[in-house]
Write a protein that binds this ligand. Structure first.
Ligand SMILES: [Zn+2]
Length: 207
């Protein structure tokens, strides 16, 4: 699946949902006490599976960087690791499966939040969105790669101590979105679906 994550980051780059070094993804299999996360500062359009960082879950408060490949040993994990660690240490409703967390900066989702739209409010008018994707209330202005960003995303997703979440995707004002599901493409589709509806809402001028 690391290969597939590389594919979705290339796709996100082609769609202008990230610039070269933006965006991050993590993946955990339910029966492993570690997860993989994209490294910090690498160009996502040339991301390779052997560049991923392997992160051991030591406790609910602590993670440790583990040796994975020689190439990745020279890299650091994504700066958004507090966001990913919180969602990967307990997998909640995905605990018999895989959990993938994808963070990118999709144009129309970010534009809609910039225009003052709470993304959770648009689902009512668009059944094709609400049928497949549960959208959390927006996170407000928080600094990137901060514990505050992680805490606010976890709060809006209603992450509980068992790792359950009430939503599939959350928007961060002035920044991007975070989507969660059991495969890279499933998580990505939540973003694609919300992006499509945000484009329609903004095109209508009715918001
Ligand atoms: Zn970001």
């Amino acid at each position: 699946m690391l290969e597939t994550i590389c594919d979705i980051m290339v796709d996100a780059y082609k769609r202008n949902w990230i610039t070269s070094r933006d965006g991050n993804v993590s993946i955990r299999h339910h029966d492993r006490d570690h997860f993989y996360i994209t490294p910090s500062g690498v160009r996502k359009q040339t991301l390779q599976p052997d560049q991923f960082k392997k992160i051991k879950i030591v406790s609910s408060l602590m993670w440790r960087d583990e040796l994975y490949t020689e190439i990745s040993s020279a890299l650091k994990p994504s700066g958004e690791i507090p966001l990913h660690f919180g969602l990967q240490k307990n997998m909640g409703q995905h605990s018999n499966d895989v959990r993938v967390v994808v963070h990118v900066h999709p144009t129309y989702c970010v534009a809609a939040m910039h225009a003052g739209i709470d993304l959770s409010t648009i689902v009512d008018s668009f059944p094709e969105l609400s049928r497949y994707t549960k959208v959390a209330p927006n996170v407000g202005d928080v600094p990137p790669i901060s514990q505050e960003l992680a805490d606010q995303c976890h709060k809006m997703l209603q992450l509980d101590k068992n790792g359950n979440i009430a939503y599939d995707i959350v928007g961060i004002k002035g920044h991007g979105v975070v989507a969660i599901d059991t495969s890279p493409w499933r998580a990505y589709e939540h973003i694609e679906r919300l992006e499509h509806i945000c484009k329609i809402v903004l095109a209508s001028g009715n918001y």
